[in-house]
Design a protein around this ligand. Sequence first.
Ligand code: GDP
Length: 141
Amino acid sequence: MATNRTFTMIKPDAFGEGNAGAILKMIEEAGFNILALKLTKLDKATAGKFYAVHKERPFYMDLCDYMSSGPIIAAILEKDNAVADFRKLIGATNPKEAEEGTIRKLFAKSIEANAVHGSDSDENAKIEGSFFFSELEIIND
Ligand code: GDP
């Protein structure tokens, strides 16, 4: 059964260019409730842990460098059908392929610096949310 939570990060390119407010506004206007929110900066080892599933991919080291290059905002979001609806809101990984009006189409710079992360399954949403937030940091009512 689909749960109603997903996990997102506003990535260093989007935060660094001052787009965090606009992106959070789009997220709220799309009907997502913010259950947890944190501004932080990953070091390379922590970015590597978060993206461990990609460690065999050729872009893994670049991705770790990029994700530790500046502050990020991590958040847990709530909405019916959260994972799928959020993936729709952010658009394709490669902004060149992202639909008009999606967050990546509007704000991403490249396939790597693509403005936002969105979990790809309910299972990963839970794992990724727990990577950044303890239960006490998540609004639960
Ligand atoms: P996502 O689920 O849409 O975020 O895409 P993936 O899980 O496939 O990839 C994770 C992240 O790795 C992406 O969001 C990008 O930041 C980065 N990435 C994906 N594909 C490439 C690529 O071909 N080259 C580079 N440099 N980075 C990539």
